[in-house]
Design a protein around this ligand. Structure first.
Ligand SMILES: [Cu+2]
Length: 195
């Protein structure tokens, strides 16, 4: 066996060990380790990215519309993962892109609260920050101001039902439910955009 082949086998084994040791709950997907018997050789590994998804946002009156969601027993609007406003659903460990599809208004995505289940009752006047909170989607998360056409990325980690809204347009109908759960799917869409 040539030295090169032996090295490759060792590398593959080390990578497998690193992958197996990584588990499915880790937040990071890169790391460094030393090769056995080769203390000067550092190997950096990059595991495949987590699943990704995209949420688009804009005012209901800009085109997304509003939907009376029968499951959540609430009027939802301003956010979609398909075409028109809907409750959002993604599995944990999703790398989520939040895209402002408006051509003229800045928007945000803030987590207003966490609920056990329906009905979704939105607080009247929550204090919603326009300063980015950083960190994963959780109670108190704030995307910060997203300019028209721009995006921010957030990781989904903890399962839950989150009430979300826009810091600028919460009272203009930008209120939604965001479900993070294994097998979560989006809710029914607004049937036509409000203009
Ligand atoms: Cu907004």
């Amino acid at each position: 066996m040539s030295k090169k082949i032996a090295f490759c086998i060792a590398l593959a084994g080390a990578l497998l060990a690193a992958c197996a040791g990584h588990g499915i709950t880790g937040a990071g997907n890169t790391g460094t380790f030393a090769m056995p018997g080769e203390p000067d050789l550092q190997v950096t590994y990059i595991l495949p990215n987590h699943k990704s998804g995209t949420v688009s946002e804009e005012l209901p009156t800009e085109g997304l519309g509003t939907v009376k969601d029968p499951h959540w027993q609430a009027t939802l609007g301003g956010y979609t993962q398909q075409q028109f406003s809907q409750a959002l659903g993604f599995p944990p460990e999703t790398k989520l892109i939040i895209k402002n599809i408006s051509t003229s208004h800045p928007h945000t995505l803030n987590v207003v609260g966490k609920i056990a289940g329906p009905p979704a009752v939105f607080p009247k006047n929550p204090k919603l920050s326009t300063t980015p909170s950083g960190g994963p989607l959780k109670n108190g998360y704030a995307s910060g101001i997203i300019s028209p056409g721009k995006s921010v990325t957030v990781n989904l980690e903890k399962p839950g039902n989150y009430l979300i809204g826009c810091a600028f347009h919460y009272t203009f109908g930008m209120q939604d439910v965001f479900v993070v759960a294994v097998g979560a799917t989006p809710g029914p869409q607004a049937t036509h955009p409000a203009r």
